[in-house]
Design a protein around this ligand. Structure first.
Ligand code: ZN
Ligand code: ZN
Length: 146
């Protein structure tokens, strides 16, 4: 590993105090805001986003024809690198390249225990229902390096 590559890797893991985000307060009403960088909970990872798609759902959020909890920060299809992890996270290491499921399932409600997680009573989708904070490690995956 060359010196510049090592330096870039260290810079990638530095976490600023604040970040910019697009936040919708109602359909068709969004602003660029500066917000604190989220702190991951015990079972969560913080991902520095390197790329983010614009999904068809984002267009529905914009137009107001999708059930969305406002205010919301959109952008739920992301990939990036793990820059911080909670105390109980063991399957990821800092610097891992990851992508994530855009939804979180509770794993303990009636439907989750029945093996029908898509009916989860506590279903929350990033960028729709859940304030976009850090991601549950259980909904993140390692992304192959290219
Ligand atoms: Zn989507
Ligand atoms: Zn559930």
């Amino acid at each position: 590993m060359g010196e510049s590559t090592c330096h870039e890797a260290i810079e990638e893991l530095q976490i600023p105090e604040f970040m910019k985000a697009i936040r919708y307060v109602e359909p068709k009403m969004f602003t660029l805001v500066t917000i604190p960088v989220p702190r991951p909970g015990a079972n969560e990872v913080l991902i520095k986003v390197k790329s983010c798609g614009i999904c068809g759902s984002d267009l529905h959020i914009h137009s107001g024809d999708l059930d969305t909890r406002m205010p919301v920060i959109t952008g739920h299809e992301t990939s990036g690198i793990v820059v911080k992890k909670g105390d109980t996270v063991s399957m990821f290491q800092l610097g891992n390249k990851v992508t994530a499921d855009n939804s979180e399932l509770c794993g303990h409600c009636y439907y989750c225990r029945l093996g029908k997680p898509l009916y989860c009573e506590n279903f929350a989708a990033h960028g729709l229902h859940r304030k976009f904070e850090s991601l549950a490690a259980s909904s993140s995956w390692l992304k192959p390096s290219y």
